[in-house]
Design a protein around this ligand. Structure first.
Ligand code: DX5
Ligand code: ZN
Length: 220
């Protein structure tokens, strides 16, 4: 599949989301951060806003659910037409069943790990997942500093995927910028969320192109 850039609208003007998604036409996905004030200490938006947003963009929606009880709520995001739905393994009661439900609803199933959550216990689940999300900040807020301590986990996850021969995408979220994207590519990631880097740029779509070029030049 190659490198994909998925801007997060968390740092966009949330009162003008329809226009804001129009500023990133060359993105591969639009990443929407759903936070419930329980799994993370922040509250953003949910399904009704995503359903409205869909009418304003042709980009597929990459829903990142930072919520408690994803077993109950995540399938509805797939049913509503999100192209990819990420739940957090720290919150999921039955991640295998949940991933299968998301796939059955026609979306790509993705599982997220916070920085302190190891990948090793989930090695045998990789075949159930279309994407693995490794967070490189503590989830909850945009604009935080990239955590280099997550790089070895990215490397180990890529090695596991190679070993199992799966086609699972490896997404990185948190602190991605022109300064940090290359080391993630070198560690084996291929899908990049970028919030503040894209939406604090004067031309967000030019930043999408710059991030893509920087990542492609670092691709082995
Ligand atoms: C943080 C969110 C991220 C956030 C990234 O919990 O999951 O998607 O928008 O923002 P930056 O790129 O600014 O770290
Ligand atoms: Zn996110």
């Amino acid at each position: 599949m190659g490198i994909q850039i998925t801007p997060s609208i968390l740092n966009a003007d949330l009162a003008a989301l329809g226009a804001e998604v129009g500023r990133i036409p060359s993105a591969d996905w639009v990443h929407v951060d759903v936070m419930d004030n329980h799994f993370v200490p922040n509250l953003t938006l949910g399904l009704p806003v995503i359903e409205s947003l869909k009418a304003h963009t042709d980009l597929p929606i990459d829903a990142h659910l930072m919520i408690e009880d994803p077993d109950r709520w995540a399938p509805a995001y797939a049913e509503a037409g999100c192209g990819s739905v990420t739940f957090h393994v720290e919150a999921a009661k039955a991640p295998v069943r949940l991933a299968r439900e998301i796939r059955n609803q026609g979306a790509r199933a993705s599982m997220g790990l916070k920085p302190a959550t190891p990948i090793e216990p989930y090695e045998d689940l990789l075949g159930e997942l279309d994407m693995l999300l490794i967070m490189t900040v503590e989830p909850g807020f945009g604009g935080q500093k990239f955590l280099d301590l997550c790089l070895p986990k990215i490397r180990r996850a890529r090695a596991m995927m190679d070993r199992h021969g799966v086609q699972t995408w490896l997404q990185i979220d948190g602190g991605i910028s022109l300064d940090t994207i290359e080391r993630c590519v070198e560690a084996g990631a291929d899908v990049f969320v970028a919030g503040s880097a894209v939406y604090s740029a004067s031309d967000p779509d030019a930043m999408v192109a710059d991030l893509r070029a920087r990542a492609e030049s670092a691709t082995p």
